[in-house]
Design a binder for this molecule. Structure first.
Ligand code: KG4
Ligand code: ZN
Length: 381
């Protein structure tokens, strides 16, 4: 079975095709197409994602990414006679999609219906204007091609992203989701069962990386920039930022205080004429260190509290090299099984959405829907 997946929850437009084989006990996934179009250049000058621009860019990118994905599986044949479909229904689905609607009507009817078995799309959480573009596109494709459509939770995608390579998971498992919008610890006693046991009380960790980067004068998105700057610092520094909620005794996080601490420090250093590149690198280094210490400590507390045997990591911030290394080391010390997605499946992508849909299908826990809405604040259940 082949699943075509679409992801547009934030500022990356992504289309993937994944082959699904095996069973719930032994799923076998093969990534056949993995295409992403980043909008970083567009949002960079605004210092963060602008929802209306994200929506416009998704609209421009989806058809080219779909075509590229169909080329990747050699299933992009052009035909003379378009498939029979309900034009009025397509007009209605795409009525708010401007350029995407035009491109869709020019392109899709010229394509032979590809040999895919299902379409999956991110339903939420994320920016609603951005989510809607992907959802409307997926609904229209499903209609023209007569395929079942599966709405998928983006956070489940991040959790299941590691399944791109075969994995053995012993439950209970604690998932650590660290992204631009979320910082959560999730308990799973079995596959597809989620209970949120810890979360941020204010900023998400990726958001903190982005804000601190901005304070340090680095471009958006800040995560990779902080990581690069931090690794240029060596030696023993004098700066010691707070480790927020490290000893709070619960599983919650807070990252807005550390961002403010960086802001005050940078202002003070400027007044003292001490703000140079070396100090910036030291700040980036200690900030990253502080975040890692808190994340690791809370994750380990959660594994002990719930007697977890496995840690599943996911979300854009897990692309951070220092965090990956620290997690690997701690998991090894504690004798815990650790799942970390490959770098290209860590930040937003559509392969993780296809994997979640594929796993749900194998487990018989999928839900077909052609009428669902975008849910910006969708939770894991
Ligand atoms: O999962 P993701 O791609 O999008 C959301 O679902 O939010 O995560 C994006 C976040 C951004 O805040 C970005 O700065 C952060 O992940 N990020 C990183 C790194 N790469 C991306 N943070 C720290 N280190 C990185 N190498
Ligand atoms: Zn994400």
């Amino acid at each position: 079975m082949k699943i075509l997946a679409i992801e547009t929850s934030c500022d990356d437009t992504a289309v993937s095709i994944v082959e699904v084989k095996g069973s719930e006990k032994k799923p076998v996934f093969k990534v056949l197409a993995h295409n992403i179009s980043s909008q970083t250049k567009i949002h960079e000058k605004w210092g963060g994602v602008v929802p209306s621009l994200a929506k416009r860019e998704h609209g421009k990118n989806l058809i080219p990414l779909l075509i590229k994905s169909l080329q990747d599986i050699n299933d992009n044949k052009v035909i003379k006679t378009p498939p029979v479909f309900n034009h009025k229904k397509i007009d209605k689905i795409l009525e708010r999609e401007g350029e995407l609607r035009e491109q869709f009507l020019q392109t899709i009817p010229t394509l032979k219906i590809p040999k895919i078995d299902a379409i999956a799309v991110t339903k939420g959480p994320g920016l609603e204007p951005a989510l809607w573009v992907g959802i409307n596109f997926a609904k229209a494709l499903a209609e023209v091609w007569g395929k079942p459509l599966y709405p998928i939770n983006h956070l489940e995608g991040h959790i299941l992203a590691s399944l791109a390579t075969p994995q053995k998971i012993n439950f209970p498992a604690i998932s650590l989701i660290v992204s631009g919008g979320h910082t959560e610890l999730v308990l799973s006693k079995d596959w597809l069962k989620y209970k949120i046991v810890g979360r941020t009380r204010d900023d998400a960790v990726g958001e903190a990386f982005d804000k601190v980067a901005r304070i340090l004068g680095l471009p958006y998105p800040g995560g990779p920039e902080i990581s690069r700057l931090a690794s240029s610092f060596s030696g023993k520094g004098e700066i010691k930022l707070p480790r927020p909620m490290l000893h709070s005794g619960d599983l919650d996080f807070s990252f807005s205080g550390i961002k403010t601490a960086v802001l005050y420090l940078v202002q003070k250093l400027k007044l003292e004429n001490k703000s140079d590149d070396k100090i910036k690198a030291e700040i980036a280094h200690d900030f990253q260190q502080a975040v890692i210490e808190v994340i690791i400590a809370k994750t380990l507390t959660a594994t002990k509290k719930y007697k977890a045997k496995t840690i599943i990591a996911g979300g854009g911030v897990i692309a951070n090299t220092a965090l990956r290394e620290a997690l690997k080391e701690e998991a090894k010390n504690e004798g815990l099984n650790l799942l970390i997605p490959e770098l290209s499946y860590s930040t937003d992508n559509a392969t993780m959405i296809a994997l979640a849909a594929g796993f749900r299908l194998l487990a018989g826990k999928h839900k077909v829907s052609h009428t669902f809405k975008a849910e910006g604040n969708l939770n894991l259940k």
